[in-house]
Design a protein around this ligand. Structure first.
Ligand code: NAD
Ligand code: GLY
Length: 362
């Protein structure tokens, strides 16, 4: 079996990301190796529990780990202080102490929520991330951002709390609905554009294999993304500098997501449109040429991702959402833009240029 390990080096908070296929049966052994208490808590959601609960318990048993499983409802709206409070009650009732590992088994919602609970329960218990969506495998499980939402904003209550292990089984993606999988691919494509021409070529050359979730190519792609994220997090763990480039396509993407009330588009779909718009802006600023804009369109559409702003959203609404006042003459917004394929930086962009690029992205 091929197994890839990516190390995230953060001094005493360093950890491994272990990636393989047909791997879930090894989870218990891997948790056991970390040397914490032999009683673990698994936090997951209803959808994933139906598919994997028995396999998780079996695997943990095989590593001599006794476990309790706490199941929360499926959905972003449950990434809340209310659900966290329900989980704290259960942890206290189950006599979970500081040496009991907590396994976050799910997509980004479960990972962020369970990670936040692990960070705050008894001032922190060991966290193991077992991401089950592509987005979570390449992005949210790595780097230690954990949070819950507040009614006034997403991820408003949170902290940085690095896991002790990220355990990735690419076979778990086989049950992930195709639309969710494609949305995760938007983040993969993002890594290619901001940091790796080689990854972008791999994506460009093998869309069918990737869409078919073939393990050999998936392993390579996920490992490359984790490697890129690990190096960025090592350089800027607390997000004061370089980590910002991970937000490529996100400023305009977030505006579109919130204007469609998080219902019409998945996060990755909105980011796909955001990247297409960002490419347009970079081209207008003469940072990249038209061929790179075309490359965005080609790769994003080859994975079935959208590249056009929905007709119903007006230009004014987007500008307002990214806090550009349409009445003021001179205004700029900080945006992550490409200097070339594989290199991104934050630029101050005048409102007029953004407005023009948004028109071109319809
Ligand atoms: P998600 O966690 O809601 O998962 C999407 C859907 O897929 C859910 O219905 C889930 O139950 C289902 N699912 C998950 N794994 C499955 C599997 N293997 N088989 C079948 N169904 C499965 O969504 P997501 O896109 O993974 O995560 C989005 C969240 O991640 C957001 O809350 C976002 O804020 C957060 N996020 C965090 C970071 C970070 O750095 N912490 C980065 C990016 C995104
Ligand atoms: N997903 C962005 C970050 O981890 O910084």
């Amino acid at each position: 079996m091929v197994k890839i390990t990516v190390r995230v080096s953060l001094g005493k908070d360093s950890y491994d990301i272990k990636i393989s296929y047909d791997f879930l049966s090894s989870l218990g052994k891997e948790v056991s190796k970390l040397g914490y208490s032999s009683k673990a808590v698994v936090i997951t959601n209803t959808t994933i529990a139906d598919l994997y609960k028995n396999k998780i318990i079996e695997s943990l048993n095989a590593g001599n780990i006794e476990s309790i499983t706490l199941v929360v409802p499926d959905g972003e709206k449950y990434k809340s202080l209310k659900t966290a409070s329900f989980l704290y009650d259960k942890l206290i009732e189950s006599h979970i102490r500081r040496n009991n590992p907590l396994i976050a088994f799910g997509g980004g919602v479960v990972g962020d929520l369970a990670g936040f609970v692990a960070a705050t329960y008894m001032r922190g218990i060991p966290l193991i991330q077992v991401p089950t969506t592509l987005l979570a495998q390449v992005d949210s499980s790595v780097g230690g951002k954990v949070a819950v939402n507040h009614p006034l904003g997403k991820n408003m209550i949170g902290c940085f709390y690095q896991p002790k292990l990220v355990f990735i089984d690419t076979d778990i993606l086989k049950t992930l609905p195709l639309r969710e999988y494609r949305a995760g691919l938007a983040e993969v494509i993002k890594y290619g554009f901001i940091q790796s021409k080689e990854l972008l070529e791999l994506l460009d050359n093998s869309p069918d294999k990737i869409l078919n979730k073939e393990n050999d190519v998936l392993l390579k792609v996920i490992a490359k993304c984790c490697e890129i994220k690990a190096r960025i997090v090592e350089e800027d763990e607390k997000d004061f500098g370089k980590r910002a480039i991970l937000n490529y396509g996100h400023t305009i993407g977030h505006a579109i997501e919130s204007l469609t009330k998080y219902k019409k588009l998945l996060h990755g779909e909105a980011i796909s449109i955001g990247m297409a718009a960002a490419a347009n802006i970079a081209c207008q600023m003469k940072l990249i040429d038209a061929a790179v804009v075309e490359k965005h369109k080609k790769i994003l559409t080859s994975f079935g991702l959208p590249i056009k702003i929905p007709q119903k959203i007006t230009l004014e609404e987007i500008l307002e959402r990214i806090k550009l006042d349409k009445k003021k003459k001179q205004e700029t917004e900080s945006l992550v833009l490409l200097k070339k394929i594989g290199e991104a930086e934050v630029f101050e962009v005048p409102k007029e240029l953004i407005a023009q690029a948004l028109e071109n992205t319809r």
